[in-house]
Design a protein around this ligand. Sequence first.
Ligand code: SF4
Length: 232
Amino acid sequence: MNISAFQPVTLSDFPGKVAALVFTQGCNFRCPYCHNPSLLKNRSERVMDADDVLAFLIKRMGKLQGLVISGGEPTMQAGLIPFLREVKKLDYSVKLDTNGSFPNVLETLLTEKLVDYIAMDIKAPLVKYAAVVHKRVNTEHICRSIEIIMSAPELSYEFRTTALKSQLSKEDLLDCGKLIKGADRYVLQHCNPTDAIALAGKRGEISQYYSSGELLEIRKRLYDLSINCRIR
Ligand code: SF4
């Protein structure tokens, strides 16, 4: 597994748990607002081996409760499943951040009970997905991932959408919500201007942001459609 960055402790990335955080290298999408652009290309150099992470987790047993796997896109990693089998032997809770492109991997992770919490991005209404992530997208895979997550017993999960006004209209955000109607948790995320500005020179798409008031109005419209939503 190609691990590009490691954070020994986080209090904010795994709800209710003190956790370590692993970032994997490589992503199949190119979202212009990506917070981790250095992690997108497939590269061979590694910051840390999976065995080093496991050794760290063994030392911290009883102090840390969880491990967050983020990226990049972790489900692209061939070594993810064997790695998480070892993590679960140590009795850690696991949270996975994913863009939902690889439903077969999610299915295996859930069948083997290797994850406890999944946070999946809903990037756009299906018809706009490729335009938003700047890559070809099999939207059937996105829908299948949503279905797998929502039907998994005993799984905590959230779906989340980065609400960038220059990419997604209010109607688009409502359509994103409709894709996961009935979900336990849906989060509309403010686009972080600091990161966005860093990439704005490369792509002129990041120019308009939703105000807090506008997102509250969209949240109300989602509530009216019986879609529970939080703003972050
Ligand atoms: S899916 Fe996530 S990691 Fe990949 S480009 Fe988009 S924001 Fe970045």
